[in-house]
Design a protein around this ligand. Structure first.
Ligand code: AMP
Length: 618
C-alpha cells in the first residue's frame, strides 16, 4: 500500500498535515494530540536541529538561534521592504546572501536559506507521519498564499524537494479551503474565503460548480496577520513596562521573546475570555511584568488591521464584479478568525454568517489532502485559478508591457511579437517584471532573458517573439525567440537571485530593450511643422482623445510630450521635465514632430493641467 498523498498547509506560524485514505480524512497529530505544528526551527547544543514544538520550547532559551515566520522571507530579496521590516522585529539575524542578494538566516554559526529552514520543518512532518502511521509519504499537495509570486512558489517547491517530497500540486490556500467544503452537487455557489493567518492575509472569491473551482478574483497582504496583532500588543506592554521601570525591553532579546509569547497567549485567551492577566516574573533583572488586559483593549489595537483586510476584500469583490449579496457562502480560515470582533466585522462586511463546520486551523490542509487523494486517482478537481499579479517585460521608454494581466485565469500562455527600437541593435535584454505600475522600473523584477546575436537590422525590423506561460502550479516559464535567426532562450523563474539579474537592479537596460511590434509601423502622424501647425496637430489629438507620445525636435531642442485621452500628462526635454518642459516644447517654433499612438505609455502623470489650457497659453 503506498502512503497517502499528504495535504500540507505550510503556514507562517503553524503547519497542518492531513491525508485522505479511502474517503477517510485523517489529521496528523503530535504526541500531545495537537494538530498544529509550529513552523519553528532551533539550532541547539552540538548544532543539533530541533523543529516544531521542541524548537519553540528550546527557543525561549536561545532566541537568536531560533527561526520562525520564515515563510515571510521565502523567495525574497534581502533589499525587499518585507525583509527589512522583518530584520527590525525578528529576534534572529537576517543577512544578505553575498552572491545574488537573497536572504540568509543566521542561527549560531550556521547560515540557512529560508527554504532550507522550511525543508527542515517538512522533513519533521514527514518523519512524524511515518512514526504515527507506519508508511513513508513521498508525495504531497502543498498550499501557498494565493498571491505568492513565482520565486516564492519555487522556493516552496525546492523546500519540499529537499525534504524528499514530490509536489503533485501547489494549491492556493483559499482554493484549498474551498475544496474542504462538502460537495454541493451541481448547484453553482460563489464562496468568499477570508483567510487571516499568523503572518499573511488572503481573500479569494471562488465559484464552485460540481468539481470545478474557479477563482474569480484574489488579493492579499504578505504582512498582515495575527503576528501583527501580537506585535502591537507587545509594543503597548513594553511601553507600560518602560514607564514603570525605565527599561527598554527591545534591548533584551530573551525578554522580548517571552513578552511575544505571552502576548500571543493573551490574544488567544481573549477570544473566549473577557480579560486575562499577564505575569512575567523577572522579565529583566529583578523587574517583573504584571498586568491585566481586557478584550476591548486588544480590539482597539486590532481594529485598524482588520479594517485593512476589509479594504482589500472590497477591492477583490470589485475585481470579481460582485457585491456581498451575490455570495452564497463566507468561509473564515486562520487562527485569528476565532476573535469575536474579527468575525463580527467580517460577517458585517459580507452581510452573512460564516459557514459553520469549517475548522479555521485545518480546513486548508484538509482541502489539500482531498485534492491529493483525487490526483492520486487521476481525477483532481478542475481548478481554474487566476494570476494574482500582472506579469510583463520592460519595453523602450521605461514602460511595462503587460503580457499576463492580474486576475487572468491560469494555466495560461500568452505571446506577443516585439521588435528592436534602435538601428543596428544586436542584443535584447528583457527584464521580467511583476506589478501593475506602467513605469517599468517601479515593478518587481523576477529575472531576465537575454537574446544575443540579433541581426542588427534597422530599427523596427527584427522580430522577437516573447511567450509567457503560467503552469497549473502558478510557475512562470518565459521563452524568447529571435524569429530572424531561430535562436531561442528560456527561463523558468527560479534563478532570479542570480548575480546577473541583480547587477542592473533599479535601472533598466534601455539601449537593449524592445518595442512592441505594433509600434513598428512608426509614427501615426508625422511631419515638419511651422509653429502654428503644431497647435493644430495638438488640437486634433486632443479632440480625438488620443493616447501616445509626440516627439518634437528643432534646431535648438528636442523632447517628448505624453498624452492620455487627449490630455498632456507629462513632458520632457533634454533640460527639463514637467510643466516647464511642456511650455518649452509648445514654444518650439519650427521643426519636426512624430506622434506614436500607443496604449502603453509608462510615464508618470506629472502635469495636472488640462490640454486646453496649454493650447490657450500657447
Ligand atoms: P494560522 O496561520 O492559521 O496557523 O494562524 C496562526 C495565528 O492564529 C497566530 O497568530 C495565532 O496567534 C492565531 N490564533 C490561534 N488561535 C487563536 C485564537 N483562539 N484567537 C486569536 N488568535 C488565534
Amino acid at each position: 500500500m503506498p502512503a497517502p498523498v499528504l495535504g500540507i498547509d505550510l503556514g507562517t506560524t503553524n503547519c497542518v498535515v492531513a491525508s485522505m485514505d479511502r474517503g477517510r480524512m485523517t489529521l496528523l497529530t503530535d504526541d500531545m494530540g495537537q494538530s498544529l505544528f509550529p513552523s519553528v526551527v532551533t539550532i541547539g547544543e552540538n548544532d543539533r536541529i530541533w523543529t516544531c514544538r521542541e524548537a519553540v520550547a528550546l527557543g525561549a532559551a536561545v532566541p537568536g538561534r531560533t527561526a520562525y515566520a520564515v515563510k515571510r522571507l521565502l523567495g525574497r530579496w534581502y533589499d525587499d521592504e518585507v525583509v527589512q521590516r522583518a530584520r527590525n522585529i525578528y529576534a534572529y539575524e537576517i543577512a544578505k546572501e553575498p552572491e545574488g542578494g537573497g536572504v540568509l538566516i543566521k542561527l549560531g554559526r550556521h547560515e540557512y536559506k529560508p527554504e532550507q529552514i522550511a525543508a527542515q520543518i517538512l522533513k519533521e512532518l514527514r518523519r512524524q507521519f511515518e512514526r504515527r502511521f507506519g508508511t513513508n509519504p513521498t508525495e504531497a499537495v502543498v498550499t501557498v498564499p494565493a498571491y505568492f509570486n513565482h520565486t516564492q512558489r519555487e522556493g516552496t517547491q525546492r523546500a519540499a524537494a529537499e525534504a524528499g517530497l514530490e509536489v503533485l500540486r501547489l494549491l492556493n490556500e483559499p482554493t484549498a479551503a474551498a475544496l474542504s467544503l462538502p460537495e454541493s452537487g451541481t448547484d453553482e455557489q460563489i464562496v468568499a474565503v477570508y483567510d487571516f493567518g499568523g503572518g499573511t492575509f488572503d481573500i479569494s472569491i471562488i465559484r464552485i460548480q460540481g468539481r470545478v473551482y474557479e477563482v474569480l478574483a484574489t488579493d492579499g497582504d504578505t504582512f498582515l496577520g495575527g503576528d501583527d496583532i501580537d506585535g502591537l500588543l507587545c509594543d503597548e506592554l513594553s511601553r507600560e513596562f518602560y514607564q514603570a521601570t525605565q527599561v527598554r525591553l527591545r534591548n533584551f532579546p530573551l525578554s522580548w521573546y517571552r513578552l511575544r509569547d505571552a502576548a500571543e497567549k493573551a490574544k488567544m485567551e481573549l477570544s473566549h475570555a473577557d480579560h486575562c492577566s499577564i505575569y512575567l516574573p523577572r522579565l529583566v533583572g529583578e523587574e517583573s511584568l504584571v498586568t491585566e488586559i481586557n478584550r476591548q483593549r486588544l480590539e482597539t489595537l486590532a481594529r485598524p488591521l482588520i479594517e485593512r483586510s476589509l479594504s482589500i476584500c472590497a477591492q477583490t469583490l470589485d475585481a470579481a464584479g460582485l457585491t456581498p449579496v451575490k455570495l452564497d457562502q463566507l468561509v473564515l480560515v486562520g487562527g485569528p478568525t476565532r476573535m469575536p470582533m474579527l468575525r463580527h466585522m467580517v460577517q458585517d462586511f459580507f452581510q452573512r454568517s460564516a459557514s459553520p463546520g469549517v475548522n479555521p486551523d485545518t480546513a486548508v490542509a484538509e482541502g489539500a489532502a482531498r485534492e491529493g487523494a483525487m490526483l492520486r486517482q487521476g481525477s483532481g478537481a478542475l481548478l481554474l485559478d487566476v494570476t494574482p499579479i500582472t506579469l510583463g517585460i520592460n519595453i523602450a521608454g521605461n514602460r511595462l508591457y503587460p503580457l499576463i494581466p492580474r486576475n487572468t485565469k491560469i494555466p495560461v500562455r500568452k505571446e506577443h511579437m516585439f521588435t528592436t527600437h534602435r538601428d543596428a541593435q544586436t542584443q535584447a535584454r528583457m527584464v521580467i517584471l511583476q506589478g501593475d505600475n506602467p513605469v517599468a522600473s517601479e515593478n518587481t523584477r523576477l529575472g531576465e532573458v537575454i537574446l544575443r546575436n540579433l541581426r542588427g537590422y534597422e530599427r523596427f525590423h527584427s522580430r522577437i517573439q516573447v511567450a509567457f506561460e503560467i503552469d497549473a502550479n502558478g510557475i512562470l516559464h518565459v521563452k524568447a525567440m529571435d524569429k530572424d535567426t531561430g535562436e531561442e532562450r528560456n527561463c523558468v523563474i527560479q534563478d532570479s537571485f542570480s548575480p546577473e539579474g541583480r547587477e542592473v537592479a533599479g535601472e533598466l537596460p534601455e539601449s537593449e530593450s524592445l518595442a512592441p511590434a505594433e509600434e513598428r509601423v512608426g509614427p501615426t502622424i508625422a511631419g515638419p511643422f511651422r509653429a502654428t501647425e503644431l497647435v493644430d496637430v495638438l488640437f486634433f489629438l486632443h479632440a480625438n482623445r488620443k493616447t501616445g507620445r509626440i516627439e518634437l525636435s528643432s534646431d535648438g531642442m528636442s523632447g517628448t510630450l505624453w498624452m492620455i485621452d487627449g490630455q498632456i500628462t507629462h513632458a520632457q526635454t533634454d533640460y527639463s521635465k514637467g510643466l516647464d518642459a511642456a511650455g518649452q516644447l509648445l514654444d518650439i517654433g519650427e521643426g519636426n514632430y512624430s506622434f506614436y499612438e500607443s496604449e502603453h505609455l509608462g510615464e508618470p502623470a506629472e502635469i495636472d493641467t488640462p490640454f486646453e489650457i496649454l493650447v490657450g497659453h500657447n
